[in-house]
Design a protein around this ligand. Structure first.
Ligand SMILES: [Zn+2]
Length: 145
């Protein structure tokens, strides 16, 4: 019982380790920047895959704005997953490339433009919970106003 009570106190959990939920601020995505060549990667890296530098990687807060690099409209998925949805790849301003779902726009290829500006938004992970009852916060992209 005490473990369950503890799980409830932690509140929503991030769906991925590089989604950060600071207690006193807005959620953000975290990346790693190479001090030698300036390349930015999503999540944690010990070595730069662009220039090969080691021990020069620093943690950075990634931008919540970016541009749509590519997308795919998904019509078939796992049971229980609502379709169609838009799976997107976004290049964040300042570096970092992230895959996620594009929301707030019809899944119609005529309406979705490559390079369109998008922003990263954070919300409940579609009501999914783990076996301990924890809810999850995920990130989504939506067209920038
Ligand atoms: Zn590098």
């Amino acid at each position: 019982m005490s473990e369950q009570a503890q799980a409830k106190q932690t509140g929503p959990l991030p769906v991925v380790s590089w989604l950060k939920l600071p207690e006193d601020g807005e959620p953000y995505l975290e990346g790693t920047k190479c001090g030698a060549c300036g390349a930015v990667f999503l999540g944690e890296r010990a070595t730069c895959s662009k220039c090969g530098a080691r021990d020069k990687m620093a943690t950075v807060k990634l931008s919540n704005k970016g541009k749509l690099y590519s997308f795919s409209i998904v019509h078939r998925s796992f049971p229980g997953i609502e379709v169609p949805y838009i799976s997107a790849i976004v290049d964040l301003d300042g570096g970092g490339t992230v895959k996620g779902n594009l929301i707030g726009i019809e899944p119609d290829p005529a309406k979705i433009k490559f390079d369109m500006p998008v922003e990263v938004v954070f919300d409940d992970a579609l009501g999914r919970k783990d076996q301990d009852g924890n809810s999850y916060i995920s990130y989504f992209f939506k067209p920038a106003a």
